[in-house]
Design a binder for this molecule. Sequence first.
Ligand SMILES: [Zn+2]
Length: 190
Amino acid sequence: MSLRVIQYDEAVLRQPGLPVEIFDDDLRMLAENMLETMYEEEGIGLAAQQVGRVTRLFVMDSRPASSDNFSRCVIDGRELPLEIIMPLVLVNPTLETFGEPLTMEEGCLSLPEIRGQVKRPSQVKVSFQDLDGHPHLLECDGLLARCAQHEQDHLDGILFIDPERMSDSERTRLKPEIAALRESTRRSLG
Ligand SMILES: [Zn+2]
């Protein structure tokens, strides 16, 4: 079942997620619905807050966009093709960053049509649990590392347009679009 994607600046986007403690059918259903929603909206990542859930879970599938943004991807010490690894469901992830910062254009399903340059480290290690609660380690670079950092931020209530992530000049450039989106969200929620 496809879910409504929460739009900027609905309050739930700013709420840090609570750790997942129960690995049950409800959690599996949430992950399945989030993947379906992500594919329908043509995104490559989606965090629980973006479907109104205050919990520490995100999903990713970089295959639709990976042709010109090759990501090296190692799971539990084994380098595997994206076809085998994707889609990824990451529960209770914690993230470490490495490597040279890179500036890339980002977007977000909760801020449709707003795209801006964001500087982030180029490599990540993400410790996470799968839907059965088993621990794993994801090491990656490229687009997938970018996506993981963006989604991890959602779990902490941080958005890519925030001053911690985006330069003042980029924020100034996007200000009218962000204000218009905020207004349209308010109107649509009545
Ligand atoms: Zn986002």
